[in-house]
Design a protein around this ligand. Structure first.
Ligand code: SAM
Ligand code: SF4
Length: 338
């Protein structure tokens, strides 16, 4: 079992399959993009399968494929197919901006994908375009419906709440989710990436407490200890207008103001095979090097396990995000995988 020096077991792995993206969300990437990695430097499907297999043998039970935009990768269904065949791995999920879902949902469903999260930051065409720069709201909404039609019904929505931009839409977004029986999670905007991201005034982090307070103007909020995922979201049930008798579940990820690090169960692998122990810490170590150095399978496994153990040894007890946005990393969220 992979565990860190604070006794936290690693059961959840986020794997970025590409650093490229067809959107340029203002909170995630600069308008001109970043220096994208060369294709030959990305882990191949074989390499992803091998590394994830090692993590699974060492305790990982859930994998999320992310990016950049994972659906840009033509072999994504094949990667999903291979991972779902790994014995011991219980859940394979993806996080996507939804733009290509209409075209790819069927292949992903056929490959055995267990669940997906779709980012949806606004229900207003103009705001959606402003925030994502290259996004198309109608296409994303159609993609969500297509995915559900193909049986991908374990589908959650993620909204990054950006003060000064979409924070007046909390109620509309919650109603949208309630109407469709979908679970929505509001995510605090995290200050990440030491780059000029915004076209205009930078977005503000709206604290989780403030999000709850705004929702409580419309619904009664019942905190709900049942969790709907392996992640850091805290769930509650909304009761009142438009909700069923048992209430409607909604999550908030208070990444900045409600530190969830005590329960951290995760590691990340970037698209080029850098193992990253914490979202907020740029230290990383390469599993691509051993993958491409050793021809003997056992030797490769030992070298990769040793890299992961060393990365885990560097894992801090918690990140140091704060509301002033003083934490910056050299990498953007798109390069890490969210
Ligand atoms: N492209 C896919 C997408 O947008 O869903 C997957 C990659 S994206 C980096 C993963 C998640 O990180 C998305 O839900 C996105 O909204 C979120 N994210 C990106 N930058 C963020 C930031 N600065 N603060 C909070 N969440 C962020
Ligand atoms: Fe692309 Fe996702 Fe980042 Fe938006 S949040 S730029 S869709 S990687």
């Amino acid at each position: 079992m992979f565990s860190d020096s604070f006794g936290r077991d690693i059961t959840y792995l986020r794997v970025s399959v590409t650093d490229r993206c067809n959107f340029r969300c203002q909170y995630c990437m600069p308008e001109d993009g970043v220096d994208f990695e060369e294709r030959q430097d990305l882990l191949t499907a074989d390499e992803i399968e091998e590394v994830v297999g090692i993590f699974v043998d060492d305790g990982v039970r859930k994998v999320r494929l992310t990016g950049g935009e994972p659906l840009l990768r033509p072999d994504l269904p094949e990667i999903v197919d291979r991972l779902t065949d790994l014995e011991g791995l219980e859940h394979v999920a993806i996080t996507t901006n939804g733009y290509l879902l209409g075209r790819k949902a069927e292949a992903l469903a056929d490959a055995g994908l267990d669940s997906l999260n779709v980012s949806l930051d606004s229900l207003d065409d103009e705001m959606f375009e402003e925030l994502t720069r290259l996004g198309d709201l109608e296409r994303v909404l159609d993609g969500i419906e297509t995915a559900r039609d193909h049986g991908l019904t374990d589908l959650k929505l993620n909204t990054v709440v950006v003060g000064g931009y979409n924070d007046h839409e909390l109620e509309d977004l919650a109603n949208f989710a309630i109407d469709r029986g979908l679970i929505l999670r509001f995510i605090e905007f995290m200050p990440l990436g030491d780059q000029q991201l915004w076209d205009g005034p930078g977005g503000e982090c709206v604290p989780a407490n403030e999000i709850r307070s705004r929702l409580s103007e419309r619904w009664t909020l019942e905190s709900d200890s049942d969790t709907y995922g392996a992640g850091p979201a805290r769930y509650m049930r909304l009761h009142g207008p438009n909700t069923p008798d048992e209430g409607h579940p909604l999550g908030i990820i208070g990444a900045v103001t409600e530190c969830f690090c005590n329960d951290c169960n995760r590691m990340r692998i970037t698209a080029t095979g850098q193992v990253r122990a914490c979202l907020a810490d740029d230290h990383s170590l390469s599993v691509r090097a051993p993958l491409r150095t050793y021809s003997d399978t056992d030797e490769r496994r030992r070298a990769i396990e040793s890299v992961v153990q060393r990365a885990l040894g560097q894992k801090d007890r918690s990140h140091d995000f704060d509301l002033e946005g003083s934490t910056v990393t050299d990498t953007t969220m798109s390069q890490i995988g969210g």
